[in-house]
Unconditional design. Structure first.
Ligand code: PPS
Length: 311
């Protein structure tokens, strides 16, 4: 009976507590909303916010970053389409050239070969641009894909994208180049036939198989003709592959001239590494980074093979 009499009182207390908790909840939620709401951008500011997020993401994922000590520079750097391309030739010395040029403070070069104009054109210019390292205004953006030189669609595609682009081709004695190419192929697929049996259609008449890739790539004049359908000769610079080894500073000097850059990479940047048999870059002071692309060569094709092919 007493419990029955107390019931309305308990109900009232319960209701009072519920109302108090509910009010407290609303007050807390309002405070939270006010505090967090201040960090949200105005409607008109939202693009800036998104840009900052994008910029941060780009900075973190940048394959190469501009001078990390200068935050001011970092913010003014952007990804742009290349101004110059090393378009070939495979096994001509394109890697060495790119690594030499990367020393120049006015050059920003992509390390990997993007194969955009020959294989991945369907990915679009946005993708291609996103692959490029960030560069400051005035810096030259570059990439190298040696297969461009022999890919029939490439000159037209590059021309449509940028008719002022500067093109660089490293050429090397086509026979030595073919042997080098074959050496690379056989290192990956050791069971392939000998160089001679692939190179010659008819050994006794000396007729060669010019469609065999190591020989086909060396038909420089034929490939060049396609480029000249789109670009004037003055827009194409030829690097002498053999001289790139015997006089790297001279060859790189001419490339710097061609790109309209000050000759900053000079003799003093190179030394001849006898073990590797190639000129290498001197390490910057305090750096332990090796010039690793210049590997000593094993299993080269003997000179007798080269001679028999030339004969
Ligand atoms: N400094 C230096 N260091 C190492 N290699 C040098 C250098 N300069 C030129 N070369 C020659 O470059 C040849 C490889 O050419 P690529 O870099 O164009 O090859 S690739 O197409 O990217 O696979 C490579 O060919 P092979 O020696 O026949 O393998 C070298 O002869």
């Amino acid at each position: 009976m007493a419990a029955f009499n107390n019931a309305p009182l308990d109900l009232r207390r319960l209701l009072q507590r519920l109302v108090t908790m509910f009010s407290l909840g609303i007050i807390c939620a309002s405070i939270l909303y006010l505090l967090l709401g201040r960090c949200e951008p105005d409607a008109g500011d939202s693009s800036g916010w998104n840009n900052n997020k994008t910029a941060l993401r780009e900075t973190l994922s940048a394959p190469d970053s501009v001078d990390a000590n200068s935050s001011e520079k970092e913010w003014s750097a952007s990804r742009r389409l290349p101004h110059a391309l090393i378009i070939g030739v495979k096994k001509g010395g394109t890697r060495a050239l790119l690594e030499f040029l990367r020393l120049h403070p006015d050059i920003r070069a992509l390390g990997a070969e993007p194969h955009f104009f020959d294989r991945l054109f369907a990915r679009g210019l946005g993708w291609y641009r996103s692959m490029m390292p960030k560069a400051l205004t005035g810096q030259i953006v570059m990439e190298k894909t040696p297969r461009y030189f022999v890919s029939p669609e490439t000159p037209g595609r590059i021309h449509t994208t940028s008719r002022d682009i500067k093109l660089i081709v490293v050429v090397r004695d086509p026979v030595t180049r073919a042997v080098s190419d074959y050496t690379q192929i056989i290192s990956k697929t050791p069971d392939i036939p000998s160089f001679e049996s692939l190179a010659f259609r008819n050994r006794s008449t000396g007729q060669i198989d010019s469609l065999w890739s190591p020989l086909y790539i060396g038909l420089y004049a034929r490939h060049l003709q396609r480029w000249l359908d789109y670009f004037p000769l003055a827009q194409i610079h030829f690097v002498h592959g053999e001289r790139l080894i015997s006089d790297p500073a001279g060859e790189v000097g001419r490339v710097q001239d061609f790109l309209g850059l000050q000759r900053i990479i000079t003799d003093k940047h190179f030394y001849f590494n006898k073990t590797k048999g190639f000129p290498c870059l001197k390490k910057p002071e305090g750096s332990s980074r090796p010039t690793a692309w210049a590997k000593p060569k094993a299993g080269r094709i003997p000179e007798s093979t080269r001679r028999s092919f030339r004969a």
